[in-house]
Design a protein around this ligand. Structure first.
Ligand code: KIV
Length: 282
C-alpha cells in the first residue's frame, strides 16, 4: 500500500500554530459513528470524559476509568482520518504524581494512537504537564471550571468574578503555557478574564462558556445537536434538534408496530409468491 495516499492528520504543533491565524474548531466525539460524521469539518476531536455523564448517565465525570477512555479513544480513531484526536485523562489517572501521569498517558498514546491527552488543572499541574510534554506527550490544558474538581468546588458555577479568582485563573493559564501545553481549554470563566488570558498566552485558548475572543471553541457534540433536549446550558448553541427527532421516530415506530403497519412484506426475505391464477386455456 502506498503511504502517500493516506490522508495526514492534523498534528498538535499545527493546532498550536493556528494561534492568531484561524479559529480552532473542536467538538467532542465518543464513538466511531460521531467521528465519521464530524471528521471533515473539525480540527480537533476531543474524547472527553464528559462521556461518563453523556453516554453512561453518571452524575459527574469522576467514575470514568482509563479503560473506558481507551475504548472510546480507539473508536474515535477508527472513525476519523483527518482530525487531531485528543483523549481526556480521567479523574485519578494523573493527579497522584507526574510519574503516574506519564505511565497512564503513555498507555493512552500507545493503545489509542491519538495525538495527545488533556488534563485538568493550572499551577498545580504545571510540573506534570512539563514532565509529559518533555517526554513526547502533547498536552492540552484545561483551566477555569474543572468538572473533575466538582466536589472541592462545591458544584458547577462560572469562575473569575472576584479579583482573587480572576488572578488565579490567569496564573493557571500562564502555568499551563509555560509548562509546554500546545493549547488550553478555558471552561466556564467570565468573558473578560478569558479574553485577557487569550491575549496574554502564546498558545491557542479553546473556549467553552468563555469568550468569543478565544482562539477556538469546543462544545459537547450531544449538546450542539440537541440530543439533551430538557436543558440547554447558556453557553450552548443548538445546530440541530436530534433529541426531538429520535423521540418522534421512536413513537412513530412504536405506533406502526402496534398497528401492524411495520414490517410489511417489502421488508421480508423470501416472500411467499401470490398463488398463480389458473390459466385459461382451451
Ligand atoms: O470532557 C469534556 O468533554 C471536556 C470538554 C467539555 C472541554 O472537557
Amino acid at each position: 500500500m502506498s503511504v502517500a495516499t493516506k490522508p495526514k492528520r492534523i498534528t498538535c504543533p499545527q493546532i498550536r500554530a493556528m494561534k492568531g491565524n484561524t479559529p480552532v474548531v473542536c467538538l467532542t466525539a465518543y464513538t466511531s459513528l460521531t467521528a465519521v460524521l464530524l471528521d471533515d469539518n473539525v480540527d480537533l476531536l476531543l474524547v472527553g470524559d464528559s462521556l461518563g455523564m453523556v453516554l453512561y448517565g453518571m452524575e459527574s465525570t469522576l467514575g470514568v476509568t482509563l479503560d473506558m477512555m481507551i475504548a472510546h479513544g480507539k473508536a474515535v480513531m477508527r472513525g476519523s482520518r483527518r482530525a487531531c484526536v485528543i483523549v481526556d485523562m480521567p479523574f485519578g489517572s494523573y493527579q497522584e504524581s507526574k510519574e503516574d501521569a506519564f505511565r497512564n498517558a503513555a498507555r493512552v498514546m500507545k493503545e489509542v494512537g491519538c495525538a495527545g491527552v488533556k488534563l485538568e488543572g493550572g499551577t498545580e499541574m504545571e510540573d506534570t504537564i512539563r514532565f509529559l510534554a518533555e517526554r513526547g506527550i502533547p498536552v492540552l490544558g484545561h483551566i477555569g471550571l474543572l468538572p473533575q474538581s466538582v466536589n472541592t468546588a462545591g458544584g458547577f458555577r462560572s469562575l473569575g468574578r472576584g479579583e482573587k479568582e480572576a488572578a488565579d485563573i490567569i496564573a493557571d493559564g500562564q502555568a499551563v503555557a509555560d509548562a509546554g501545553a500546545f493549547a488550553t481549554v478555558i471552561e466556564g470563566t467570565v468573558e473578560p478574564v478569558a479574553a485577557q488570558i487569550t491575549e496574554a498566552l502564546p498558545i491557542p485558548t479553546i473556549g467553552i462558556g468563555a469568550s468569543p475572543a478565544c482562539d477556538g471553541q469546543i462544545l459537547v457534540t450531544e449538546d450542539m445537536v440537541g440530543l439533551f433536549s430538557e436543558f440547554k446550558p447558556k453557553f450552548v448553541r443548538r445546530y440541530a434538534e436530534l433529541g426531538r427527532g429520535i423521540a418522534e421516530a421512536g413513537k412513530a415506530y412504536a405506533d406502526d408496530v402496534r398497528a401492524r403497519r411495520f414490517p410489511t412484506l417489502e421488508h421480508c426475505f423470501g416472500t411467499r409468491q401470490p398463488a398463480k391464477e389458473p390459466s385459461s386455456g382451451g
